[in-house]
Design a protein around this ligand. Structure first.
Ligand SMILES: C[S@@+](CC[C@H](N)C(=O)[O-])C[C@H]1O[C@@H](n2cnc3c(N)ncnc32)[C@H](O)[C@@H]1O
Length: 281
C-alpha cells in the first residue's frame, strides 16, 4: 500500500481506535459522531444520530425513484457505512445489506447500532482492508450505495471503488454513488488539505492532529472528481452503464456530461453530485 494512500486512512483509523475504547454507542456518537455527519454536535444522542441517517436514506431513495415495494426485494451493498448511521435505515427497507468500511472497528459498532435501530438479521459486514477492493463476489447485489465516502479516498481509490461497485452489482442492478467536485473555496481548501495530510504522518503530533476536528475537516477530502472524469474512466475500462443520470444541488450546476440527463434535488450539497446508473448486461 502506498504511503500516500495510508496517510488518507489515518483519521478514520484514529476514530475507529477511539470508538473501540468507548463503552457504548452513545459515547461513540458524542466523541466521534462528527466524523460521520459533520452536523453532529457533542450533545447529540445515538437515537438522533441514527435518525439523521434515516431521514437521508428515505429522502435519497424517494428522490432517486426507488420504491419501497421494490427495495424489500433487493440486496444492497453500502460502501463506507461507518458506524451504521444510514445502515440501520437500509436494513429496515432492503432484503439484505452488506456494510463495507475501511475501518473494522466501525463495522463492529455498525452491528451494534443496527442491532438497536435496524434489522440485524439482514446485516452482514465486509472490511475494505486496502481501501479500494470489495471482498464480495461479482454480480452479487441488486444495488450499491455510497454516500460521503468516495471523496475521502485518493482519486485512484475512488475510481477503483467505482469499478468495484459496478463489478459487484448484478447486470441491470443499480449504483447510487456520491462524489465531491471542485468549488471556489477549494483554491484554499485543497492545498491546505494536502499539507494537513502530510502533517498526520509526523511522529507524535500527527496522531494527535488526526483526532482534531478542525484538522480532520481540512484534510479528509482527499479528492475532487468531476462527472466527466468518472464517466470517462468507466468508458476507458469498457464498463457500460444503462440509463445513467447525474444529480446535482438545485443551487449549483456542476459541469455535466453531454448526452447524460441531469436532475437536481434540494438535498444534494452544493459541492456534491451523484451518479445513478444501472449496470449493462
Ligand atoms: C464521512 S463517513 C460517512 C459514513 C456513512 N456513509 C454516513 O453517512 O454516516 C466516511 C466513511 O467512509 C469510510 N472510508 C473512508 N475511506 C474509505 C475507503 N477507501 N474504503 C471504504 N471506506 C472508506 C470511513 O471509514 C468512514 O466510515
Amino acid at each position: 500500500m502506498s504511503r500516500a494512500r495510508r496517510r488518507q486512512h489515518v483519521p478514520w483509523n484514529a476514530a475507529g481506535r477511539a470508538s473501540e475504547t468507548q463503552g457504548d454507542g452513545e459515547s461513540v456518537v458524542r466523541d466521534t459522531g462528527w466524523v460521520f455527519n459533520n452536523e453532529t454536535g457533542q450533545q447529540l444522542t445515538l437515537a438522533e444520530f441514527v435518525n439523521s441517517g434515516e431521514q437521508e436514506v428515505g429522502a435519497y431513495l424517494q428522490y432517486f425513484g426507488f420504491l419501497p415495494e421494490d427495495n424489500v426485494q433487493r440486496s444492497l451493498v453500502e460502501i463506507g457505512a461507518g458506524i451504521g448511521r444510514m445502515t440501520a435505515g437500509f436494513t429496515q427497507r432492503f432484503k439484505s445489506v452488506v456494510a463495507c468500511d475501511l475501518d473494522a472497528a466501525f463495522l463492529e459498532r455498525c452491528r451494534e447500532i443496527v442491532g438497536k435501530f435496524g434489522v440485524p438479521e439482514r446485516l452482514s459486514t465486509s472490511h475494505v482492508a486496502d481501501g479500494k477492493t470489495l471482498a464480495l463476489p461479482d454480480a452479487s447485489a441488486d444495488m450499491v450505495f455510497s454516500y460521503i465516502t468516495l471523496q475521502h479516498c485518493e482519486s485512484a481509490d475512488a475510481l477503483a471503488l467505482t469499478e468495484e461497485a459496478l463489478r459487484v452489482v448484478k447486470p441491470g442492478g443499480y449504483v447510487l454513488l456520491n462524489y465531491r467536485t471542485w468549488v471556489a473555496t477549494d483554491a484554499l481548501l485543497f492545498p491546505a488539505g494536502v499539507i494537513t495530510r502530510s502533517l498526520w504522518r509526523v511522529p507524535t503530533i500527527g496522531a494527535w492532529l488526526a483526532r482534531q476536528r478542525w484538522s480532520t475537516r481540512l484534510g479528509w477530502q482527499a479528492n475532487r472528481l468531476a462527472p466527466k472524469v468518472v464517466l470517462e474512466h468507466l468508458e476507458k475500462k469498457n464498463i457500460d452503464l444503462l440509463n445513467p443520470t447525474l444529480w446535482f444541488s438545485h443551487r449549483r450546476r456542476i459541469g455535466g456530461v453531454e448526452g447524460i440527463p441531469q436532475c437536481t434535488f434540494i438535498g444534494v450539497h452544493g459541492s456534491h453530485w451523484w451518479l445513478i446508473a444501472r449496470r449493462a448486461a
